[in-house]
Design a protein around this ligand. Structure first.
Ligand SMILES: Cc1cc2nc3c(=O)[nH]c(=O)nc-3n(C[C@H](O)[C@H](O)[C@H](O)COP(=O)(O)OP(=O)(O)OC[C@H]3O[C@@H](n4cnc5c(N)ncnc54)[C@H](O)[C@@H]3O)c2cc1C
Length: 439
């Protein structure tokens, strides 16, 4: 039992309150950093043993960065600074029992006094249940590596291919979804086509490689300003990306993409960036209805509706208020700011601070020297926007070593267009460990 506490003294007795945090993304890791470890026994559970940086996944996929430079091992983080004193456990949480107050992973069952769900989202295929088998996605580091390998594999095979028609088929790329991720990956492949193809793959003609970016609404980057949408459209044109607006994909069978209006296009590699949905997780002991996007409905303090001692943060939380009737945008800043606010409420032991999102703006980049940035009071484009984009991303990456590694890589690539990262590293056979419940 906790006998004595104030902010200057460590609690006496052995039983600190146990807080279990599911997910060490932007929300979970920032919460763990800010929680008072003298007061709480904090355990972070994540299925991966590293924190990753999704905004730069597209650079892994396009061989611009190596995965290590935008990933950070939790165990290293736990040894130092504000995270020191917290524990990390690997595991994918499958069920939460809110009566017994336990979470269960494939390895163990962990008890909590307070639980924070910060598990983020996964790809949404909008009911096309088989689609995940055939398309490439960018929701995690392994998915980005898979994408990179496929692009490189296709370039190598196309270099060996003597039939021009076959070569064009091999290099037919379609990106579905005109949000920031879709625009950025389409732009990155466009850059490969424009600046790298003929230098490193002389057997491939420029016209052999096609990139089509498909968006269901009437503009790209629809969460940004109309100026940003127009500029992104023009930048992609410069990189030879064919943008198709107001097109909704209804199926992808035998390498043929079919749209709602009946039109079809051939594509051997489809990159799906069209939507996300809350991570699945079974809750027992209480009736918990999820809202749109499979997000958990929370109040203005990030408390899960109808369940005591459970909180939800980041992309998987749905907080609806007058300003955001459909919930906050699923962005890193929302995750970070809500984590800081919840930590403050928990540390003070009261719930007097409501979450108020401070929108600092949004941005997207389309190759080198071209980006769009919407800030509160003004808009940037071209090189100033690109430099702003680089600066913001650089300072947001965890760890000095990673920041330096990314910076050196960017400067080197900027000056030379050369990278040693176009390595086709296929994974080898790996022994199955089904007794641990692995898939
Ligand atoms: C490709 C891409 C580009 C993006 N670009 C931008 C951008 O430029 N700017 C921006 O603001 N936002 C961007 N976002 C959105 C941003 O990444 C998210 O808003 C942010 O990551 C949400 O943080 P989170 O902590 O809620 O979830 P995440 O960062 O997704 O973290 C969730 C964590 O939970 C873990 N996890 C999931 N399920 C389980 C489980 N069952 N058990 C245990 N662990 C689990 C995961 O391994 C992960 O570590 C991008 C997202 C993607 C995918």
């Amino acid at each position: 039992m906790q006998l004595f506490y104030n902010k200057y003294f460590i609690p006496m007795g052995t039983n600190k309150e146990r807080i279990v945090v599911i997910g060490g993304g932007f929300a979970g890791l920032n919460l763990v950093k800010k929680l008072d470890k003298t007061r709480f026994d904090v355990t972070l559970v994540d299925r991966n043993n590293y924190h990753s940086f999704p905004p730069l996944f597209y650079q892994i996929a396009s061989s611009g960065l190596d995965p290590g430079s935008i990933s950070f091992p939790f165990r290293r983080e736990m040894r130092k600074g504000s995270v020191k004193g917290a524990h990390y456990k690997m595991g994918e949480v499958k069920t939460i029992d809110v009566v017994a107050k336990t979470v269960t992973t494939q390895f163990e069952t962990i008890s909590y006094d307070k639980l924070v769900i910060a598990a983020g989202t996964t790809n949404n295929f909008f009911g096309m249940s088989d689609l995940y088998k055939y398309v490439f996605t960018l929701k995690s580091t392994p998915e980005a590596i898979r994408c990179r390998n496929e692009i490189l594999d296709r370039l190598e095979r196309a270099s060996l291919c003597t039939d021009p028609e076959e070569r064009r088929k091999l290099l037919s790329f379609v990106v579905i979804g005109g949000g920031p991720t879709g625009v950025e990956i389409a732009g990155a492949i466009g850059e490969m086509k424009r600046y790298i193809l003929q230098r490193e793959y002389p057997d491939i003609q420029l016209d052999d490689l096609s990139i089509t970016l498909v968006e269901g609404t009437d503009r790209l980057l629809r969460t940004m300003s109309e100026t940003a949408s127009r500029e992104a459209y023009d930048y992609l044109g410069h990189l030879m990306v064919n943008v198709r607006l107001q097109k909704t994909m209804t199926s992808y069978v035998d390498n043929v993409v079919t749209f709602a209006d009946g039109e079809t296009i051939y594509a051997e590699m489809v990159i799906w960036t069209a939507g996300v949905t809350g991570e699945p997780m079974q809750i027992t002991g209480a009736e918990v209805n999820r809202g749109p996007g499979n997000r958990f409905i929370v109040d203005e303090y990030n408390r899960l509706q109808g369940v005591d001692d459970v909180f939800v943060l980041g992309d998987i939380a749905l907080m609806m208020n007058d300003e955001y009737p459909k919930g906050h945008p699923q962005l890193a800043q929302v995750a970070i700011q809500s984590a800081v606010n919840l930590a403050s409420n928990l540390n003070h032991g009261d719930f007097s601070r409501k979450f108020k999102y401070n929108d600092k703006g949004s941005m997207a980049t389309v190759g080198r020297n071209r980006a769009v940035v919407d800030l509160k009071h003004f808009h940037l484009y071209g090189r100033p926007a690109w430099l702003t984009w680089m600066f913001i991303h650089l300072i947001s990456i965890l760890g000095m070593r990673n920041k330096l590694s990314v910076l050196i890589n960017w400067i080197w690539c900027y000056c030379t267009y050369s990278t040693s990262l176009r390595l086709l590293l296929h994974s080898n056979r790996y022994p199955l460990r089904s007794r641990w419940g692995e898939r």
